[in-house]
Design a binder for this molecule. Structure first.
Ligand SMILES: Cc1cc2nc3c(=O)[nH]c(=O)nc-3n(C[C@H](O)[C@H](O)[C@H](O)COP(=O)(O)O)c2cc1C
Length: 236
């Protein structure tokens, strides 16, 4: 029975197989774990000189469409911007937002070295967004009546964010990078007008997309999982 469950992949991979059971996980964990741990927010290492092929991005969107959606609504929509004029207009708006918001946000944060680097990098993106070869805006149709209350908000955002993260993982596996950003949503309407996004379609992020300078990203330092996990009952 144990052997059978191991073969079906229902056991945690950290349980070492006994000598009699040559169970192997269904995926190469060295590869999948590296993908999952090294898909970072990339800004300054985006290669602004290398165009991004539309087929590659469409491939990543195709993969993202395997993500879950509430009631299987599949209401994903992607606005992809590679037109230089459009990027210039969006970049100008984004620069204004970065200049108006990031220095303030920096001051209201306790600044360890890692967070200071994030802010430096976010400011850099504020100055260079227009030069990023492709800007991807994941959107969701307001199938759930808009984000009023936690249940509808969770259903709505939960029906696009998993797909967007799959998209970012797929980019990373192909040598491209991106960064989750939401700053532009402070002027969401202006972005929608520039891009012709109709009412009833919500933008949830703006992902700058480019090939990366090198692919040797590292896992970030995170707290131990036990410190954020509650078993069976919330522990204060
Ligand atoms: C909800 C959300 C909003 C974010 N907004 C921005 C943003 O507006 N601008 C930006 O440069 N990065 C933004 N980020 C990226 C975070 O700064 C980044 O994920 C964090 O610093 C961790 O970086 P790492 O993934 O490389 O460890 C956002 C991330 C999330 C999840």
């Amino acid at each position: 029975m144990l052997l059978q469950r191991r073969r079906e992949g229902t056991l945690r991979t950290s349980i070492p197989p006994g000598p009699e059971t040559a169970w192997t996980p269904p995926f190469d964990l060295a590869v999948t774990d590296r993908l999952l741990t090294t898909t970072r927010a990339v800004r300054r290492r985006l290669d602004l000189s290398h165009p991004v092929e539309r087929e590659v991005v469409l491939d990543c969107i195709r993969l993202s469409q395997q993500a879950p959606t509430g009631s299987n609504t599949q209401g994903w929509a992607w606005l992809l911007v590679d037109d230089p004029e459009k990027r210039r207009s969006l970049g100008e708006l984004y620069r204004e937002l970065a200049e108006a918001n990031i220095p303030q946000a920096r001051q209201s944060h306790t600044m360890d070295a890692q967070t200071a680097r994030v802010y430096d990098s976010a400011e850099w993106l504020g100055r260079h967004l227009a030069e990023v070869p492709l800007l991807a805006i994941p959107c969701i149709r307001e199938e759930f009546g808009g984000p009023s209350g936690n249940a509808t908000a969770a259903a709505m955002y939960g029906s696009i964010l998993p797909a967007a993260w799959s998209f970012q993982l797929a980019l990373r596996s192909r040598g491209l990078g991106s960064a989750w950003t939401t700053l532009h949503l402070f002027r969401e309407k202006e972005f929608a007008e520039l891009l012709g996004i109709p009412a009833g379609i919500l933008q949830v992020a703006l992902l700058p997309v480019a090939y990366t300078k090198g692919t040797d990203f590292k896992a970030a330092k995170r707290r131990p999982p036990e410190s954020i996990t509650h078993w069976n009952h919330w522990q204060a």
